[in-house]
Write a protein that binds this ligand. Structure first.
Ligand SMILES: Nc1nc2c(ncn2[C@@H]2O[C@H](COP(=O)(O)OP(=O)(O)OP(=O)(O)O)[C@@H](O)[C@H]2O)c(=O)[nH]1
Ligand SMILES: [Mg+2]
Length: 437
């Protein structure tokens, strides 16, 4: 069971013991938004909670387009400053990505001791909190540094006031400002992290090749964060992957073997969850982890059927799947958490998605049907063979039982006669023993 396990997961750390930071959330309603603002802000509140911040106020504004200086209008920025004072907030979180200059202008407007961050920074923070494996931590550091690079100017302005002695630039080589030194340092760091990641990616590729060479059918579970991917992999494989009612509980992919009812062994891989407005820096940084999806034979797109936003979540996941080049891999939509639906909601789901599977990782409902569909997909590429295997090749008979679907088996004088369905990786092994009637 453990031979394909790529990482050991620990429970995420939480900031529960510390005083929770107090956050004000800001959303801007504007034409063409894909996602209703209220639900995007509800999700932002969950993200803040996962990062250890308590939401003390939420404020919104309707605009035709974001203000280039402060994202919100200048009156709204003053109002946010007032709110922050009134609620003794530590943190203002914008639901959209701010440009570096918007961020620093807003920080000036709100005051020194209140941090202004955006959704991307918040997600990076949660990833940093939850990353456990070496690769996961490096991927997060890469994304963090890439996020930081264009924002260094603001950081420098902030640090300048604390700097001891010497005027700005006085301690550096001619023509080189502190800002340039800082940027160079961050670029160097990015290069060295990338180098380390490339090395780990090679190791991962070798492991994956081992799995490919095994010829086992590979299933990857993908989906929106908190949809129940880890719970489902646990249900399917009897594994014990951490599942947690927090966003982004899983950052490292974990691969387990499991057996279909017919006896054939296949692999299942749990992966990092997606979210709407997923920062592109994160998608790029997590490329090698996400390769687990692009390398699969079948993707199970796990959907939280109990979420009021499940249609939007499906859309967001499909976008990321396209972005990582997984659009052509056979994909099965699996609607999870149906135990939370009443009859009416179940009916609505069945009408909207007549072909989709309805399951519950919690109760086990629908899991047999799901396994049957996986088995069907695994058999789709199979070749139908009738072989006669001499008794001294008992190893091949065992291999057939483990990795192929056996239709019939008979013991004859010359050997074991098998009618079997073999995947593309095994058909060539058995083909030389093809037998007639
Ligand atoms: N009621 C119910 N709850 C479920 C079901 N499946 C998962 N959950 C719960 O949903 C929450 C999220 O489950 P996970 O398995 O951690 O979800 P995930 O998709 O792996 O989430 P991330 O790793 O954060 O992306 C947990 O609290 C689970 O107990 C289900 O079928 N029914
Ligand atoms: Mg998970």
């Amino acid at each position: 069971m453990t031979e394909f396990e790529s990482v050991i997961e620990r429970g995420p750390q939480t900031l529960a013991e510390e005083r929770r930071e107090r956050a004000i959330l800001v959303g801007v309603d504007r034409p063409g938004l894909k996602w209703p603002l209220a639900s995007s802000l509800a999700e932002l509140e969950r993200l803040a909670d996962t990062a250890g911040a308590e939401t003390v106020a939420v404020t919104t504004q309707r605009l035709d387009a974001p203000n280039p200086r402060t994202f919100v209008g200048s009156g709204k920025a003053d109002q946010i400053a007032e709110l922050a004072r009134a609620h003794s907030a530590d943190l203002v979180i914008f639901d959209d990505e701010l440009t570096p200059s918007q961020q620093s202008n807003l920080e000036k407007a709100v005051g020194r001791d209140v941090k202004v961050i955006d959704r991307t920074a918040l997600i990076l923070d949660i990833f940093a909190l939850h990353a456990t494996s070496k690769e996961g931590r490096l991927q997060v550091r890469l994304a963090q540094n890439q996020y930081l690079l264009p924002r260094l100017r603001g950081m420098w302005a902030h640090l300048a006031s604390n700097r001891m002695g010497g005027g700005v630039g006085s301690r550096f080589g001619e023509g080189e400002s502190q800002l340039e030194v800082d940027r160079r340092m961050v670029r160097k760091r990015i290069t060295s992290i990338k180098r380390e990641l490339a090395h780990l990616a090679e190791v991962r590729a070798v492991q994956r090749e081992g799995r490919y060479a095994s010829g086992m059918f590979k299933v990857a579970l993908a989906g929106y964060t908190n949809a129940g991917k880890s719970s489902l992999i646990n249900r399917l494989t009897g594994a014990d992957v951490l599942s947690y009612d927090k966003l982004f509980a899983t950052l490292d992919s974990t691969t387990r073997k499991f057996e279909l009812p017919e006896g054939r062994e296949i692999t299942g891989t749990d992966t990092v969850g997606f979210i709407q407005k997923l920062p592109t820096t994160l998608v790029e940084a997590f490329k090698s982890t996400l390769d687990e999806i692009t390398g699969a034979d079948l993707v199970l797109h796990v959907v939280d059927a109990s979420s009021p936003e499940y249609e939007g979540q499906i859309e967001a996941v499909r976008e990321v799947l396209d972005q990582i080049g997984a659009q052509d891999i056979p994909c099965l939509e699996v609607f999870n958490k149906v135990d939370l639906l009443d009859d009416e909601a179940r009916g609505a789901l069945a009408r909207r998605h007549p072909l989709a599977l309805a399951v519950s990782a919690a109760t086990g409902e629908g899991i047999d049907g799901l396994v049957a569909r996986i088995a069907q997909a695994a058999a789709a590429a199979d070749e139908h063979l009738e072989v006669l295997i001499p008794y001294q090749r008992g190893d091949l008979v065992s291999l057939a039982h483990e990795r192929c679907h056996i239709v019939s088996e008979a013991h004859e004088e010359a050997g074991t006669r098998l009618v079997l369905l073999a995947g593309p990786a095994y058909a060539p092994t058995f083909a030389p023993f093809t037998a007639g009637e």
